[in-house]
Design a protein around this ligand. Structure first.
Ligand code: SF4
Ligand code: SF4
Length: 77
């Protein structure tokens, strides 16, 4: 699965966000992100550039602190 809407319409099958309260800035997620969508300095909370994120989920899978929250691609409200 590519993780990206083939029509380019959807923002992502999965939208991830990093909880700055849990993130230790270990950089693992940034190293594992195939889209170069995660920024941050070592030892500081990282963040995801949503426009670059394909929603692949690799960051959530690689985070040892469970700081990456994978949420549904649609606004629940
Ligand atoms: S979901 Fe994939 S593309 Fe998006 S920030 Fe995480 S690793 Fe990068
Ligand atoms: S892998 Fe987790 S703890 Fe490490 S920088 Fe990324 S979000 Fe933060």
């Amino acid at each position: 699965m590519e993780g990206r809407c083939p029509a380019g319409v959807c923002q992502g099958l999965r939208i991830c966000d990093i909880d700055p309260g849990l993130c230790t800035g270990c950089t693992l997620c940034a190293k594992n992100c195939p889209s170069d969508a995660i920024i941050g300095k070592r030892k500081f909370a990282h963040s995801i550039i949503v426009d670059r994120c394909s929603g692949c989920g690799a960051c959530a899978d690689s985070c040892p602190k469970q700081a990456v929250l994978a949420v549904a691609g649609e606004d629940p409200s």
